[in-house]
Design a protein around this ligand. Structure first.
Ligand code: NOJ
Length: 540
């Protein structure tokens, strides 16, 4: 394959969360015209591509991951013509565009599900989903013991007594991927968007499409978003062998299009060798490395996960896809503001322990500078380039995440990382839109994070990202080879191409690596020119 069609191997891809990026019409919910109008800011930042979370027609019970029609645009976000205009503008700016594909489940408002409910048990319409009779007297018990990822049982009973499977919200019935019509439909959906010019797809719950044939019981948590740790035997709903043939088939579809169209797997799978199976040469191109995201702020565990990920992906000829934040996890500027090694939080509320914001930002900057020096590709989540923290004091009455409701209000959920982002400190909704409206409240402290307060300001997080992205490109870091260097305890140092990267996790300042000049540093060096605690430096 020629080089240009391999653009994704070292690309930096920026996740746009359409609800919260830019609101053109002022209704408080972001939209496609808003995104189109702000794409040049992403060009200025220096990323290669954008991935947009779903903007399809949807009742929005899971913020659009409950898709009612895969070939259209929700009126809240605009029209199909707006999507075309957004893709055209991105391409004019030399940005690739990835859209989200949600194949594990539809919305219960999808025409297929309405047809399934209207049809009888055993019908063709029901066979597109996973309907079963219940257990126990009268079939009153769910068909098996599975739990929904968002809490509560994974089965819902319909009036004629059958049950359907929903690994997520009750409004997100799981599709039956053994059904040829389901397969044909998604191939057609792929072509629909490829024909409109998109450069690829982020595949939602990529490890979940195939379930164990016998739907055997499972008594452990369905921990897709709750961390990767799975106790006990391999879970019967995730990472089943037959899932791979679906992606091989999709790959053959994508390969008939020019320009390097890609698939990126959202697959919460470990160890790294299992995840790498999704990016074998005839399958997907990228798979988010969530194990890296989940690793505590500590030299040895990070070294181990970096080493293992690179080795596992190398073995199948793929590059590694690094990520620190997205719309499902506590933002890393906040996550890293808690004591090292604490269990991952599922949302934070006003009565929860609050993070050390300054420490979190300091570590987040160091973490990002480390990530952007690693070989492979990297994903950024909107707002992280501003150093944006999680909204950790959002009043509960605003919460919309189904996890908050289905967990019986025990998991605060993901709303705190989804708040509309600040562009202009002194404008209504901080420039998110033309009015004060914002579908989730923006904290009063966010003016200081606004882009216009950071652009051109030396030392700001925005300028740090811009510098790192420029240097990464100029020095070819994404496609260089990494070799580890000797370093004191709790210090991680590696060489990547001609650049030396050092992160100091220890309590004391350490000497700069010898030779070369400091290219960029996540915080100033100390008065003696040493690298302080929680700082990453690039020397070259
Ligand atoms: C993963 C998505 O990123 C998340 O936001 C969503 O709730 C689940 N998949 C279900 O679609």
């Amino acid at each position: 394959m020629e080089q240009s069609s391999q653009w994704w191997r070292d690309a930096v891809i920026y996740q746009v969360y359409p609800r919260s990026f830019a609101d053109r019409d002022g209704d408080g919910m972001g939209d496609l015209p808003g995104i189109t109008g702000r794409l040049s800011a992403l060009r200025d930042l220096g990323v290669d591509a954008v991935w947009l979370s779903p903007f399809y027609p949807s009742p929005q019970h899971d913020a659009g991951y409950d898709v009612a029609d895969y070939r259209s645009v929700d009126p809240r976000f605009g029209t199909l013509a707006d999507a075309d205009a957004m893709i055209a503008e991105a391409h004019a700016l030399d940005l690739k565009v990835l859209v989200d594909l949600v194949p594990n489940h539809t919305s219960s408002a999808h025409a297929w599900f309405a047809a399934a409910l209207a049809a009888a048990p055993g019908s063709r319409e029901r066979d597109r989903y996973i309907f079963r009779d219940g257990r126990g007297p009268g079939g009153d018990e769910p068909p098996n013991s599975w739990r929904s990822v968002f809490g509560g049982p994974a089965w819902e009973r319909v009036p004629d007594g059958q049950w359907y499977l929903h690994l997520f919200d009750v409004t997100q019935p799981d599709l039956n991927w053994a059904d040829p019509e389901v397969r044909a439909e998604f191939e057609s959906v792929l072509r629909f968007w490829l024909d409109r010019g998109v450069d690829g797809f982020r595949v939602d719950v990529a490890h979940g499409l195939i379930k164990d044939r016998d739907l055997v019981d499972w008594h452990y948590p369905s921990a897709i978003l709750g961390g990767l740790g799975q106790e006990g035997p391999p879970p019967p709903m995730w990472d089943q062998e037959e899932v791979h043939e679906i992606y091989q088939q999709w790959r053959s579809v994508l390969d008939t299009y020019p320009g390097g169209r890609i698939l990126v797997a959202e697959a919460w799978v470990k160890p790294a060798e299992r995840l790498a199976r999704y990016v074998r040469p005839d399958e997907m191109h990228q798979a988010f490395n969530f194990e890296y995201l989940d690793t505590p702020w500590s030299a040895e565990p990070l070294r181990k996960v970096i080493e293992q990920s690179l080795a596992a992906n190398d073995a199948v000829g793929a590059t590694t896809t690094w990520v620190l934040s997205n719309h499902d996890v506590v933002r890393h500027a906040t996550r890293l503001g808690y004591p090292v090694g604490e269990a991952r939080r599922h949302g934070i509320g006003v009565d929860d322990p609050q993070p050390d914001t300054a420490l979190g930002l300091r570590r987040a900057r160091a973490a990002t500078l480390q990530m952007l020096a690693l070989p492979g590709s990297a994903y950024l989540y909107q707002g992280e380039e501003l150093g944006l923290p999680e909204h950790t004091t959002m009043p509960d009455e605003y919460r919309q995440d189904p996890a908050w409701f289905r967990s019986g209000h025990t998991e605060r959920g993901r709303d705190g990382c989804r708040v509309p982002i600040p562009w202009e400190a002194d404008s209504p909704s901080y420039g998110f839109g033309p009015s004060d409206a914002s579908w989730l409240p923006q904290p009063a402290s966010w003016a200081e994070y606004a882009l216009d307060r950071q652009r051109g300001v030396a030392g700001s997080t925005y300028e740090l990202y811009r510098t790192a992205l420029r240097l990464r490109r100029e020095r070819g870091l994404g496609s260089a080879a990494l070799s580890w260097m000797d370093a004191p305890a709790d210090v991680l140092a590696f060489r990547i191409g001609e650049v030396t990267v050092l992160t100091n996790f220890s309590d004391a300042a350490v000497e700069l690596p010898v030779g070369g000049e400091v290219l960029v540093s996540s915080e100033p060096l100390d008065a003696d020119g040493r690298v302080p605690t929680d700082v990453t430096v690039w020397v070259g």
